[in-house]
Design a protein. Structure first.
Ligand SMILES: [Zn+2]
Length: 174
């Protein structure tokens, strides 16, 4: 039974599964024509929407941050959970999900001035409000571009890291 100090060995199947997942959501996202991954982004949206009222319980002013905070916090917690348990595959899965969520956040950020995206619940536009507070509304697409870059990097680097873990495993003859 693996323990915290003895990570589970990574199999080629596991690597292909995670890499395939990252590749699949990339293709689906591009093919959607709306930079949207069905099911996954709907789940992200549900978590996002739950974040606003929960943060709102503590601070009305910070409520606008709650959506993005929660949608990033969830995959981060999943990642942390698997990392702590020595599960490299679950860990990388979490990182891919986190990266994909950053793309979702970037998509919303880039809309701060144009307001082309449909808003759930018809409330205020999170990033119009946040960027206005910060005085950077004119830089919305630049910040979105950087955020998307982080997301893509994570989605590419995480499976690559797993590939390296598999190589190490197979070289050790485990
Ligand atoms: Zn929101």
């Amino acid at each position: 039974m693996p323990t915290d100090s003895a990570p589970r060995p990574v199999t080629l199947t596991a690597f292909l599964g995670v890499a395939g997942f990252a590749l699949l959501i990339t293709i689906v996202r591009f093919k959607s024509g709306q930079d949207w991954v069905p099911i996954l982004d709907s789940a992200n949206l549900v978590i996002h929407e739950a974040g606003h009222p929960i943060v709102g319980l503590f601070s009305h002013r910070l409520m606008v941050y709650g959506g993005t905070l929660f949608q990033l916090l969830f995959p981060a917690l999943v990642t942390f959970h698997f990392k702590r348990g020595g599960d490299a595959v679950g860990y990388v899965f979490g990182l891919v999900w986190l990266g994909e969520n950053l793309l979702n956040v970037a998509r919303y950020m880039a809309d701060a001035r144009t307001h082309l995206l449909p808003l759930v619940g018809g409330g205020e536009h999170d990033w119009s409000e946040i960027f206005s507070r910060w005085g950077v509304l004119d830089s919305d697409t630049a910040i979105a571009g950087f955020t998307a870059f982080l997301g893509w990097s994570l989605m590419a680097a995480a499976p690559a890291r797993l590939f390296k873990a598999w190589l190490d495993t197979s070289q050790n003859g485990v």
